[in-house]
Design a binder for this molecule. Structure first.
Ligand code: MRU
Length: 343
C-alpha cells in the first residue's frame, strides 16, 4: 500500500483519516489541494509531509505560466511560502520546500528545463526516504535483540514515510531476519495514529502488535514487558530536545522511572540545527473537536474549554539515543549532532 504516489503530474495520497476502515486515495492536482492534504492530515508524519510538500512544489512549478526564469523563480518561491503555512512543527516540510527552492536556483537554459528538473528533484526526495529508513532500521537493530518488547507511540511507520518507517524500521528488519519482537502500540489520543495506523500496518505485516491506551504505558513497563521505547520525531533541536506527538514527553518520564532506553528514530532532515532548543520549536495547536468529538459524537460538553497541543517536547536528558541513517547519536547531543553533518 503506497502512502504517496506521483502520477500524471498529480500527487495521490492514501487517505489516512479513514484507516483502518476504508482504503481510499485522494488525488491532488493543484497546490491548494496539496496544502489541504497536509493540513487536514490526509497525509501525516514528518517525512511523508516533506515528500508531499516537494510534490506540491512540483505541481506548482508545472502550473506557472511564464517563459521568464526570474518571474518563474519569484512565483515558485511564493508557492513555497504558501505550502509552508500548512503545518508548523515537522521541520521536514520546511526542509523539502527549501531544497526545492535551492534546486529552482540552479542554472538552466529555460523554464521548460527547470520544470523538468524540479519534478525530478521531488521524485528524488521521495526515493531517498526509502533508503534512509532502511539504514535507520539497521542502526536501531544493533541496539536490540531477538524477543524484545517494544513500545511505540503515534505512527512513525511505513504510512508516515515511504517504506519501513523510522521507528518501525527495526521492527520490519527484525521480521525479515526471523526475529520476534512483541510490539505495544499506544493508541495515541486524540487522533489515534497508534491504533488506526501503527497497529493497522504492523498487524497487516504479520507482526505481533498489541494496542494499549496511552494511560496503560506505565503498567506494561512495570510488568516488565518493555525493553525499549522507540518513537519518531517531528523536529530535533540542536541541543537534542525532540518534538514528537503529544504523549512522548510522558513516555520519556516513565522511561527514566523504569530505566528503559528511549530511542528516537529520525532521518537527518528531521534534525534542525537552526532551532537551538525545544523551546524554539513551534507547537501546533489543533481543532478542539479532535479532543471532544473524536469518536463521532461528543465526549464532553460542546462548549467546554479544550487545550489540544498536537506535539510535546522531550528534553534531551530523557533520551538514550537518537538513531539516524548516518549513525547513533548519544549525549552530549549538541556536540554529537553537529558531527553528523560534518561529512
Ligand atoms: C516518521 S513520523 C515521525 C513523527 O512525524 C510522528 O511520530 C508524529 O508525531 C506524527 O504526527 P502527525 O500529527 O500524525 O503528523
Amino acid at each position: 500500500m503506497k502512502t504517496i504516489e506521483w502520477k500524471d503530474n498529480s500527487v495521490i495520497l492514501l487517505d489516512q483519516r479513514i484507516l483502518p476502515n476504508k482504503i481510499e486515495y485522494v488525488v491532488c492536482k493543484d497546490v491548494k489541494s496539496v496544502w489541504h492534504g497536509i493540513q487536514d492530515m490526509i497525509v501525516r508524519g514528518a517525512p511523508a509531509i516533506g515528500v508531499t510538500a516537494a510534490y506540491g512544489m512540483a505541481i506548482g512549478a508545472l502550473n506557472i505560466n511564464t517563459d521568464d526564469l526570474n518571474t518563474f523563480r519569484k512565483n515558485f518561491k511564493e508557492i513555497g511560502d504558501y505550502l509552508a503555512t500548512s503545518r508548523p512543527t515537522a521541520v521536514n516540510l520546511f526542509w523539502a520546500i527549501e531544497r526545492m527552492i535551492a534546486c529552482s536556483n540552479e542554472s538552466v537554459h529555460s523554464v521548460i528545463d527547470l520544470k523538468e528538473r524540479l519534478v525530478d528533484e521531488a521524485i528524488e526526495i521521495h526515493k531517498e526516504d526509502e533508503l534512509i529508513n532502511y539504514k535507520i532500521g539497521e542502526n536501531m537493530l544493533s541496539l536490540l535483540e531477538d524477543g524484545c518488547g517494544i513500545l511505540t507511540h503515534c505512527n512513525a511507520g511505513a504510512l508516515a514515510t515511504t517504506k519501513y518507517g523510522t521507528a518501525t524500521a527495526a521492527i520490519y528488519l527484525a521480521q525479515e531476519k526471523g526475529w520476534n519482537f512483541k510490539v505495544y502500540s499506544d493508541e495515541t489520543r486524540p487522533r489515534l495514529q497508534g491504533s488506526t495506523l501503527t497497529a493497522f500496518e504492523l498487524h497487516q505485516a504479520g507482526i505481533d502488535v498489541t494496542v494499549i491506551t496511552d494511560s496503560m504505558a506505565a503498567v506494561v513497563m512495570a510488568e516488565g514487558k518493555i525493553d525499549a521505547i522507540i518513537v519518531g520525531a517531528d523536529r530535533v533541536a540542536a541541543n537534542g530536545d525532540v518534538a514528537n506527538k503529544i504523549g512522548t514527553f510522558n513516555l520519556s518520564i516513565l522511561a527514566r522511572n523504569f530505566n528503559i532506553p528511549l530511542y528516537i528514530a529520525v532521518p537527518t532532515p528531521t534534525i534542525d540545527l537552526e532551532t537551538k532548543t525545544g523551546k524554539d520549536i513551534p507547537i501546533e495547536e489543533r481543532d478542539p473537536l479532535e479532543v471532544i468529538c473524536g469518536f463521532g459524537s461528543f465526549t464532553a460538553p460542546k462548549d467546554v474549554k479544550v487545550y489540544n497541543p498536537a506535539f510535546d517536547v522531550t528534553p534531551a536528558d530523557n533520551i538514550t539515543a537518537i538513531v539516524t541513517e548516518k549513525g547513533i547519536v548519544r549525549a552530549p547531543f549538541e556536540e554529537n549532532l553537529k558531527k553528523l553533518f560534518q561529512y
